[in-house]
Design a binder for this molecule. Structure first.
Ligand SMILES: CC(C)(COP(=O)(O)OP(=O)(O)OC[C@H]1O[C@@H](n2cnc3c(N)ncnc32)[C@H](O)[C@@H]1OP(=O)(O)O)[C@@H](O)C(=O)NCCC(=O)NCCS
Length: 283
């Protein structure tokens, strides 16, 4: 059982297919999350490592010291983890959902031990229960158009950080990465046309799961329900396109509780959390 070693660009579609085939509320990876992780910045800035891929498992060195693993068959998971560790940095961190027993078992077999770290809680929402979009006066919400990468990247940076890696060129690349769909990427604008909040939703048409990633609102317009409105609007479009379940993965630890509150107010229900493991070569 020898995994294929591929650049992530070449491997992405296969990685997404396996994530989709094995998706459940107990699994970490969604095709949209993989698209985001592979394309949210320009390639030379992200410096992504290779993926080791089998039919039933993959291990991706998102960077040489950060490992992502997918699969439920321990033998296949073991083979891809062995291949990845052979070319990893001397210290590697991996994050899994606490319910991914096959992956956690293989990581433990190879000497990974759990470490303290900020963690994330996956939240789910039956989209039948989605509330109506509710916007304060002076704002509208709409889908972006395929030619609006520059403004879309700018509103993301304005909410997150001026040094964010989400440049115009990166967003153009992201928009060309499946399963991105502009009709599921929503922005809130002022009546003057200023872009102030955004939410991108990624629909996995096979599972009907619509992932919210990322959400932002610029600080000057905060706490008026704009990020909530962008999220509800994009999720409504996803439901219209066939989605049945919403998924979002905010921080679960006490260090940054705001986003989880936002999503729970929409109706998202917390599920499994992430756990972080570390490995050192030679330990
Ligand atoms: C987090 C963020 C998206 C919130 O945007 P927003 O438009 O201010 O959010 P909303 O007004 O829709 O907030 C709805 C609810 O979420 C919770 N919430 C939002 N921001 C919060 C904060 N900073 N602290 C505590 N609770 C917060 C509150 O319950 C809020 O309701 P309330 O204002 O009536 O108390 C925005 O601050 C942001 O872009 N931050 C940087 C990027 C980020 O963290 N994105 C989310 C990652 S998953």
């Amino acid at each position: 059982m020898t995994p294929e070693r591929l650049d992530v660009d070449q491997a992405l579609a296969r990685m997404q297919k396996l994530a989709s085939r094995t998706w459940s509320p107990e699994s970490r990876h969604h095709p949209g999350q993989l698209a985001w992780s592979a394309a949210y910045g320009e390639p030379d800035v992200l410096d992504l490592g290779p993926a080791h891929v089998l039919e039933d498992a993959w291990a991706w060195l998102e960077s040489l010291d950060w490992l992502e693993v997918c699969g439920t068959d321990p033998t296949a998971v073991d083979a891809v983890v062995v291949a990845a560790l052979a070319e990893a940095a001397d210290e590697v961190t991996a994050s899994t959902l606490e319910t991914e027993t096959a992956v956690i078992g293989v990581l433990a077999d190879h000497g990974f031990t759990e470490v303290e770290s900020p963690w994330f809680t996956h939240h789910h929402l039956d989209l039948d229960g989605l509330p109506a979009v509710d916007l304060p006066e002076g704002y509208t919400v709409r889908a972006v158009r395929a030619d609006e990468a520059e403004a879309r990247a700018a509103v993301h940076r304005a909410a997150w950080s001026p040094t964010s890696r989400v440049t115009t060129a990166a967003y153009e690349r992201l928009m060309a990465t499946a399963p991105y769909r502009p009709e599921l990427d929503h922005v809130v604008t002022t009546t003057d046309g200023e872009w102030v909040a955004s939410c991108c939703v990624w629909l996995d048409a096979t599972t009907g799961v619509a992932l919210v990633e990322p959400v932002g609102c610029v600080e000057e317009h905060g706490r008026q329900g704009l990020a909530t409105a962008a999220s509800v609007s994009a999720l409504t479009a996803a439901r219209d396109a066939g989605a049945t379940t919403g998924l979002v993965c905010p921080r679960g630890d006490d260090g940054y509780p705001g986003p989880a509150r936002l999503y729970r107010r929409i109706g998202f229900v917390p599920g499994a959390r992430t756990r972080t493991y570390r490995w050192r070569r030679g330990d």
